[in-house]
Design a protein around this ligand. Structure first.
Ligand SMILES: [Zn+2]
Ligand SMILES: [Zn+2]
Length: 345
């Protein structure tokens, strides 16, 4: 089968690989029907994910149909339509039992698919711990509606959950890329008093204005002033940084009010500075890291009930054989791209 592969730094190429089979009794093999490209795939390409193993098939955002399951799998069966979770987790270790599945201590725990084991930009994928990593898609939810559940939408949901948002809060979301928009959709479910999105890209600003007219938009240059003028206590009550730009980390803590929660979802390609003397007395709480992707059933039911719709994010569609073109558009942010659906045909 055709598999889009991380061959070396800066190079992804097609390779021909055998169809995966069940190795462990808790594995499933899923026939991929649709996948997407994530900025983390680009981080692998740029060589900033040292744990990524050359030769692996890229892709950790996908939906499909269960082809076969191992003897220990009980939640899904062959023929089920499923979302695939970006994270592999055993469900049984110290971290999994506390919901911190990103830090699962299993050898494949955390982000393994499309990084340390073969992922989903291909026709079939083997998913370890299938009872945890697969979630059944309700009949009234399409592949496109479910496409982002296992990764970028799970990330937005998690970021919103750990940010402890209340209905009195002014929430600042930095970045209106795919993660920022997914975070916005989940933040809207919490009904905070005000949501402000900071973004510099014209297309993305228009996207937010067109789709979410109740949300305020500002640009990085005037973000600090805008927040000061639009919040009651000298800054945002909650800041979620989903941009990962050169100066967006600084912007995040500068725009937070004293005692705010600052949640860092962005995956930076460079080290960031935490200038503690400058923020002394501001008493901020920082929450950082990668998604604990264990809310996918809840997210799927929110989609089924019309509470979350990520389909407007799909601005482009390509078949797997044309994935190089899709990467070119996504990597260079051409043509107003937000997310791309890759179909297997
Ligand atoms: Zn991702
Ligand atoms: Zn675990």
């Amino acid at each position: 089968m055709l598999a889009y592969t991380y061959s070396d730094k800066n190079t992804f190429t097609f390779s021909d690989k055998p169809k995966p089979t069940i190795i462990d009794p808790d594995d499933a093999v899923v026939r991929v029907t649709m996948s997407s490209i994530c900025s983390s795939d680009l981080h692998i390409k740029h060589g900033t994910v040292p744990r990524a193993i050359p030769g692996i098939t890229i892709g950790h955002e996908m939906v499909g149909i269960v082809e076969s399951v191992g003897s220990q799998v009980s939640k899904v069966k062959s023929g089920d339509r499923v979302t695939v979770n970006v994270e592999t987790f055993c469900g049984d270790c110290f971290f999994c039992k506390r919901g911190f599945v990103n830090n699962c201590t299993d050898k494949n725990g955390g982000w393994a698919l499309g990084c340390r084991i073969d992922g989903g930009q291909t026709d079939f994928v083997r998913v370890p711990y299938a009872d945890n990593g697969l979630n059944k898609i309700p009949d009234n939810v399409s592949d496109e509606q479910a496409l982002f559940v296992g990764d970028v939408l799970a990330t937005g949901f998690w970021a919103t959950r750990i940010s402890e948002i209340t209905e009195e809060d002014t929430v600042l979301i930095i970045g209106a890329g795919p993660t920022g928009i997914c975070t916005l959709l989940c933040t809207m479910l919490k009904n905070p008093a005000k949501i402000i999105v900071c973004e510099k890209n014209r297309d993305r600003i228009s996207f937010i204005r067109n789709h979410y007219p109740d949300v305020s938009v500002c640009e990085p240059e005037n973000c600090k002033d805008y927040i000061l003028n639009n919040s009651a206590h000298g800054g945002a009550d909650v800041v979620i940084e989903a941009a990962g730009g050169n100066d967006t980390f600084r912007l995040a803590w500068e725009c937070a009010r004293p005692n705010a929660i600052v949640t860092i979802v962005a995956l930076y390609e460079e080290d960031q500075m935490l200038p503690l003397p400058k923020m002394y007395g501001k008493n901020l709480t920082f929450k950082t890291g990668g998604v604990d992707g264990c809310d996918c059933d809840e997210i799927l039911s929110l989609i089924a009930n019309g509470k979350i719709d990520t389909t407007p994010l799909i601005t482009h569609r390509f078949s797997l054989t044309d994935i190089e073109k899709a990467y070119q558009i996504f990597e260079n942010r051409l043509d107003g791209v937000i997310k791309i659906a890759i179909t297997n045909d």
